[in-house]
Design a protein around this ligand. Sequence first.
Ligand code: UDX
Length: 439
Amino acid sequence: MKLTIIGSGYVGLTTGACFAEAGHQVVCVDNNEDKVKTLQAGRIPIYEPGLESMMRKNVAAKRLRFTSSTEDGVDHGEVLFIAVPTPPQPDGSVDLSFVEKVAREIAGFLDSYRVVVDKSTVPVKTGERVAQTIRRYAKPGVEFDVVSNPEFLREGSAVEDLMKPDRIVIGGNSDRALAIMQKVYEPFVAPVLVTDINSAELIKHAANSFLALKISYINALSEICEATGADVLKVADGIGTDKRIGRSFLNAGLGYGGSCFPKDIAAFIAISDQLGTPFTLLKEVQKINERQLDRFLEGIREALWVLKDKQLAVWGLSFKPNTDDVRSSVAINLVERIVAEGAKVVAYDPKAMDKARELPFADKITFANSAMEAAAGAEALIIATEWPEFAAIDLAELRDKMRTPLIFDGRNLIDPVAAASFGFQYRGIGRGIIQERTE
Ligand code: UDX
């Protein structure tokens, strides 16, 4: 099938490459000409495992190409996917101006039936607005349908999430459009859930907020664990083995970050307020998430007394492992706050240092070439992102390299007993107190 993706960011690029891999003829559109040139040269502006090679393969097979012309895109695709950014506004609601602009542009070039699909994460009822906008700006009588088809891809495993999805959600009100969408997804082996547009839009926000709720739930429990000497990892295993609960997304830590959860939870709260059905539970989820970093910093201050002029190693800058994305990263927020208190930060991240170097306070950070180099001479080590290589560190060597042996483990990567046996003072999340065995 001939498909067009408008917007070549994380979602657009991965979706385009995976559709091409599945055999479709795909055109990816972006209004940033420099980005289109980079893509045409076979490079991608982001780090996403497996994406660049998949893209090159499909470009070579002539199933994937890039253009900066929306007209070219509308002309090519029988299905047009909108995958443009939906950034947050100061009040938490979503800026839908890019979606609206693309809807107007599509309308201007429409001359025969197209399915217009909303892939961007949008608040419920956006599909209705998109349809209204296209109707208003299109030539009279031209036919189209609007469909909501949310994505559930995670950064770092986006290709796999798209090639082998848990489910495919298609929300639409027209049999013609739904049949075309079923054909688009025929090559993918996954259950397809067909709904109305509003339900599909809600599914996306509801899924992300539920996952964020799970994280805040375990983080709230971590506070109780710290107050009682219980171990949050054991509690998570104990409840997570119940199939109805599940173990995933029960890792206590510094809280969730990234370009999706913080934004989507705020947006869901905002749209619920606008609808007159306030989702107060989610406000608490947000508060717990913010408190997690505050509590962690209090622990660091309590142990170090003064942060000013202390040399602190920070491992991890990306918002999670396997990505170079530092947007709304809790690790970056942490570094910014300790630098503001006068700490001398030496940071290391396996992938995100180039992106971190572009941040406004980057000149106040020293970037190291390895985790061990960052720790050399440090008066404390802070682990801020759960990269697996940090868990595999040689504790004896680390102990020798550091000036004073303190570890603040914001992602529970190091075993507290092992750390103590190598002479470290260790503080994790919800497992700071090591109880002596009495038997
Ligand atoms: C998320 C959703 O998982 C995905 O389905 C949706 O399409 C986009 O948003 P992503 O933002 O890539 O994906 O990251 P995810 O793996 O969900 O992690 C989000 C944040 O939660 C990270 O900061 C991570 O460190 C944190 N996290 C995750 C925890 O603190 N504990 C956990 O148990 C899991």
